[in-house]
Design a protein around this ligand. Sequence first.
Ligand code: AMP
Ligand code: GLY
Length: 418
Amino acid sequence: MKVLVLGGGGREHALCWALGRDHQVWCAPGNAGIAEIARCIDVDPTDTAAVREVALRAPVDLVVVGPEAPLVAGVADTLQAADIPVFGPTAEAARIEGSKAFAKDVMTAAGVATAGYWAGTDPEHARAALEDFAPPYVVKADGLAAGKGVRICADHAEAEQAITDLMVEQTLGAAGSMVVIEEFLDGPEVSVFGLCDGSDVVLLPPAQDFKRARDGNEGPNTGGMGAYSPYPIDDADFEKLRGSVFEPVMAELGSRGMRYVGVLYAGLILTRDGPKVLEFNARFGDPETQVVVPRLGGDLGRLLLACATGRLAQVDPPTVEDHACVAVVLASGGYPGAYQTGAPISGLDSAGNSEGRVVVFHAGTRRVDGDIVTAGGRVLAVTGCGATVADACATAYAAADRISFQGLHRRSDIAAGV
Ligand code: AMP
Ligand code: GLY
């Protein structure tokens, strides 16, 4: 097959890397690392008409959508209308990620365990609703806010301030015009990806992401500074998620006329009362993909095409290798705030050739006159694999130690002590 991947981050590099084992891969727009294994096309993935043109002209057999922005822009709708198989939900179904209130409504209707909540657009009502919750208060912007939409507030005054910021001062613009107030869930957080074809689902092995910028889970929220898989969870409990979370959500969306095709990514908190869904995303996680995909055997393209064409029940589920993977993200100084780009990166080849099984996935990189330079907040994700999480962790850090660029910052405690 010829497969077109949309996006240009570490997640897309991992997808291109796995798809490239069995297929010819194109990527729009890609990055310097992806360019070494795929044909990169300079097209904005949110320009749905331009994506359709590339897909028809190639022609490609399958389009795999990486980030949420092209989904929200309706790229799956446009491709479906042109009869091009696409792995990714329609814009309407992607609201499971784009609107927290919509996701809550779907979960309630589907009987999925989640944090108790209030949602509304009136700041007075929001302040009054705080009375129904206990500290710490969780106040969220309804819309997409690039990881800045959630405020965990220690006391009532802080929660009132969060409501004022979002709804009155509109610090996040339209994303905060509706607010969700939520019960605080206590427990470890785990990411589970379900590959969906509208009625069936294949669960991929669980991973844990490290969202805060600095060691010890301190500092601001980021897109993710590292991840590992497998996350230790009892097999039977894990399998139950299919019937308690994924199938009911897909069925509920289906009953509302939204056939859900693509990744349904459940962010779960393993509470003392069992797993509860914190949020859904309509795409693969980044950097979780960089630790989940290297553990899969078999033909990923065939699996994703089966989802896109509603034939998941007819293909074998992917084999999952026993080994563990750990990814360490190397970020630009200042990320997730302002950062500089254009710094030359050294040590990439040496890292890739270091001892043990290592893959250096590129996120924000660009090639300038033969040099690979930084071009984003998250620059690289160095994935190490090993028999145990501890082995994989040592391999990942030994490889990451060989890479340098001006301003490099990373966490030193990814998967530490697991
Ligand atoms: P989200 O943008 O919804 O993924 O939230 C960002 C982070 O805030 C999550 O990864 C959690 O660590 C934290 N968080 C969000 N909602 C809750 C909640 N109800 N209880 C505890 N932590 C939460
Ligand atoms: N790593 C979290 C996310 O992709 O949303």
